[in-house]
Design a protein around this ligand. Structure first.
Ligand code: URA
Ligand code: ZN
Length: 359
């Protein structure tokens, strides 16, 4: 059974060029007062503390496809489904978004074609463009040989994924049999991290802001009835669903006890979170531990869980560490939770992705 990585990013050359041309977040640049730090990737809204203003280092592993292939070979990964990393095209002006999306998606498609059988992709949508241009790109992506869906953040058209104006996009994704890979970027308001946030580097926004952002976005989709209107729509959630599998019972209970929803007649004919988790949600296995994997399998089923690495984020901090700790933690967690070489472990490591994504 192949090992497949469904959560692995790149900034293709067309995107890097844009990032290098900017001086507002998101951007890539070096700092003359610290030449040893090299190029830095500054993308997160939370990168406003003393320890985070200069973002994180960025090297060839972010944009050179040969580095991706070398990383895969080193870690025994047969196939990767690459996606543009955050913040995608969310920040582009409306009039250039559609053309940029085509450029970036074509860049990625040609990388996949150069490495036939090893690379597939989730494409990027021009979410700041008019609705018909978004739908056009969804339809175009469905015709590209190596694309299997779209990656997106939680902002939608600017007001979240519970926005009814997204219905044409959801309909097009559903109609073309693609899936949404939903990935966080915006985190939580930086005020929640407190006065000493700068003592803690990127830990709070990445470990907690990201998963809570995903959890809130999906819960809003559920509450707004996205899956009642599009009962077949499939969404792959980053980081094993944030905290959704753990909180599903509480979410359901809060819905069932909400007087406002009852008064509005919204409690009658609705699909509950358990039903959606089992039939519409795929989860990646990027959770680095047994407890998270068990919650994921309990709520969505082992056949809906797929291995990922989040490469090239979370690189080793020390020179000469060949095997990435972030990869090892995830693959070991799968094996220690489900057994070495068991059918279920093999399915999560690649079999599920092969079937679900038609690889
Ligand atoms: N940090 C990011 O900004 N994105 C990821 O995907 C992972 C870590
Ligand atoms: Zn990621």
């Amino acid at each position: 059974m192949p090992v497949v990585d469904v959560h692995t990013h790149m900034y293709p050359p067309a995107y890097m060029k844009l990032m290098r041309s900017r001086d507002k977040i998101p951007y890539v640049r070096s700092f003359p007062d610290d030449p040893a730090a090299g190029d830095r990737l500054v993308i997160l809204p939370a990168e406003d503390t003393a320890s985070t203003t200069r973002g994180r280092p960025i090297g060839r592993e972010y944009f050179d496809v040969n580095e991706k292939i070398a990383f895969m070979s080193k870690h025994g990964i047969d196939v990767s489904v690459i996606s543009l990393a955050n913040p995608w095209l969310d920040w582009l002006p409306s009039d250039t978004a559609a053309e940029t999306a085509r450029l970036v998606n074509d860049d990625v498609e040609s990388m996949c074609a150069q490495h036939e059988g090893r690379l597939y992709a989730f494409g990027t949508l021009p979410l700041s463009a008019p609705a018909e241009q978004i739908v056009q790109e969804v339809s175009r992506l469905a015709t590209l040989d190596h694309h299997r869906g779209v990656v997106m953040g939680t902002s939608g058209l600017g007001s979240g994924l519970d926005d009814p104006a997204l219905d044409p996009m959801y309909a097009a994704i559903d109609r073309t049999g693609q899936l949404i890979f939903l990935h966080p970027h915006y985190g939580l308001p930086t005020s929640v991290y407190g006065e000493r946030a700068s003592d803690y580097g990127h830990v709070l926004p990445l470990a907690l802001g990201f998963p809570l952002e995903t959890t809130i976005a999906v819960t809003r989709m559920l509450l707004s009835g996205v899956w009642d209107r599009f009962p077949r729509l499939q969404v792959l959630l980053a980081h094993s669903g944030g905290t959704l599998p753990f909180l599903a019972g509480r979410i359901e209970s809060c819905i069932a006890h909400d007087a406002h929803l009852k008064k509005e007649g919204k409690l009658g004919n609705r699909r509950d979170v358990w039903d959606v988790l089992k039939n519409n949600i795929y989860l990646d296995a990027v959770i680095y531990g047994e407890a998270g994997l068990k919650a994921a399998v309990d709520t969505s089923g082992a056949e809906r869980l797929m291995f990922g690495t989040d490469h090239p984020f979370f690189p080793p901090l020390d020179e000469g560490e060949d095997e990435w700790l972030s990869v090892k933690l995830n693959s070991q967690a799968v094996r220690s939770t489900f057994g070495n070489n068991t059918k279920i472990a093999e399915a999560i490591m690649g079999g599920n992705a092969k079937q679900i994504l038609r690889l």
